[in-house]
Ligand binder design. Structure first.
Ligand code: 13P
Length: 254
């Protein structure tokens, strides 16, 4: 059985005080209402990690994640945050290759491969994002592009390393637009990713890697998306900023 994961990507939102309030609300709701065993991950802005880590304390249900990391360990890289820094703060997850990093910061598949290596070396779980922009889908080239993204950023890994990666399929046209992929579109692409992993690493390894869906996941569409065979949870943006809505999404795992 693959681990089910619901991760919230807060992106560049909320003051520290608001972040603490949201975390308190979530802890209360999750404790009272969530009965499934899904892993819950909050990917918050860097400066909030230590405070929220303390706030979560020994809460076994919710873990923290960073939204990005440097490919370098230490040194003269002004403004960057390295994985050994995250690891020393006991942050277990890091998002790598979000489409907003690709789009606004020019991150390439090759750079993401280095970031994935850095994360794994320091013992963090990378949540590796892939997904096609609208024009690529309209040309019918979405499968080819996502295959390339996965191959170029992950396929240098040996089997025991890729087994520690989480993949998130996030079609760019569905991010922040309110346009969700249909359950069929999500399942089709997740199956493509799973087959690709199986062709390189064998079915056993492929079957163990969680593939999350991201892109306008909401309380009212989560159940249908999460019920797809190859959808192992979600990477949630806007809806993760509201405690009630995010809790409903977590509950939709079933
Ligand atoms: P939305 O849920 O706001 O569409 O964002 C998805 C996303 O980018 C998560 O990483």
């Amino acid at each position: 059985m693959r681990t089910k994961i619901v991760a919230g990507n807060w992106k560049m939102n909320k003051t520290l005080a608001e972040a603490q309030t949201l975390t308190t609300e979530l802890m209360t709701l999750v404790e009272a209402e969530v009965t499934n065993a899904a892993a819950i991950v909050l990917c918050v802005p860097f400066p909030y990690l230590p405070t929220l880590q303390q706030q979560l304390g020994t809460n076994a249900r919710m873990k923290l994640g960073a939204q990005n990391c440097s490919e370098h360990e230490w040194g003269a890289y002004t403004g960057e945050v390295s994985v050994p820094m995250l690891s020393a703060m006991h942050v277990p997850y890091v998002i790598i290759g979000h489409s907003e990093r690709r789009q606004y910061f020019g991150e390439t598949n090759a750079l993401m491969a280095k970031k994935v290596d850095a994360a794994l070396k320091a013992g963090l779980t990378p949540i590796f994002c892939c997904g096609e922009p609208l024009d690529v889908r309209e040309k019918g080239e979405h499968e080819t592009l996502v295959r390339e993204q996965v191959e170029q950023s992950l396929f240098h890994l040996p089997a025991d390393a890729i087994a520690k990666v989480v993949i998130a399929y996030e079609p760019v046209w569905a991010i922040g637009t309110g346009k969700t992929a249909t359950a069929r579109q999500a399942q089709d692409m997740h199956a493509v990713i799973r087959r690709l992993l199986a062709s390189r690493y064998g079915q056993n390894v492929a079957d163990g890697i969680p593939v999350l869906y991201g892109g306008s996941v909401k309380a009212d569409n989560a159940k249908e998306l999460f019920s797809c065979e190859d959808v192992d949870g979600g990477l949630v943006g806007g809806a993760s900023l509201k405690a009630r809505e995010f809790t409903e999404i977590i509950k939709a795992i079933g």
